[in-house]
Design a protein around this ligand. Structure first.
Ligand code: CUA
Length: 228
């Protein structure tokens, strides 16, 4: 999760988020190079001594400064498209989780396992445990097995919400009347926090998501305890 003075992306907990971070760093490097070049050129204008006062056109330089930026943009566009299609790939999921956005809480359905379903509300500050995270912890966590492909189906019951977990690189809108799909793989155990990221009303900030990533045998134990 994000903590104080953390300006960067959160550490990834899934291969897709790792790729997103690589792409972010790649794009930022190109951005810095362009900014430094343009900044240098603008700074040097202060020392202009009108050497090329009568220069009105230059075919070669105009060819270069038209085509070169186009090529640089390709270096961003192609990896971006690769990632876009990679994020949409569904890799034979072993668990399907359905998450429904409400004003203002999430509810979950494990349709693969005898229809387990529950609501997940934020814990109010005055009821928070001493080691709890304010505005982030919930009463019922989403328990999911690590190292397994997980399909998430997202929808909403009232207005548009968004199921967003930064560490997993997942961000899917829950839209009434639609069923959106994506998938992810959690590659380490732990708690992963997320929040709704569509402005959905007065308590938009108070419908967090907590994923409890556990080994597969723990997950099976949890599922069978809930079935009885
Ligand atoms: Cu739900 Cu914002």
């Amino acid at each position: 999760m994000s903590t104080w003075a953390n300006l960067n992306l959160q550490d990834s907990a899934s291969p897709l988020m790792e790729q997103l971070i690589f792409f972010h760093d790649h794009a930022l490097l190109i951005l810095v190079m362009i900014t430094v070049l343009v900044g240098y050129l603008m700074f040097m204008l202060f020392f202009n001594n009108y050497v090329n006062r009568f220069l009105l056109h230059g075919q070669l330089i105009e060819m270069i400064w038209t085509i070169l930026p186009a090529i640089i943009l390709l270096f961003i566009a192609l990896p971006s498209l690769r990632l876009l299609y990679l994020l949409d790939e569904i890799n034979e999921p072993s668990v399907t989780l359905k998450s429904i956005g409400h004003q203002w809480y999430w509810s979950y359905e494990y349709s693969d396992f005898n229809n387990i379903e529950f609501d997940s509300y934020m814990i109010p500050t005055n009821e928070l445990a001493t080691d709890g995270f304010r505005l982030l912890d919930v009463d019922n966590r989403v328990v999911l097995p690590m190292n397994s492909q997980i399909r998430i189906l997202v929808t909403a019951a009232d207005v548009i919400h968004s199921w967003t977990i930064p560490a997993l690189g997942v961000k899917v809108d829950g839209t009434p009347g639609r069923l959106n799909q994506t998938n992810f793989l959690i590659n380490r155990p732990g708690l992963f926090y997320g929040q709704c990221s569509e402005i959905c009303g007065a308590n938009h900030s108070f419908m967090p998501i907590v994923i409890e990533s556990v080994p597969v045998n723990y997950f099976i134990k949890w599922i069978s305890n809930n079935n009885s």
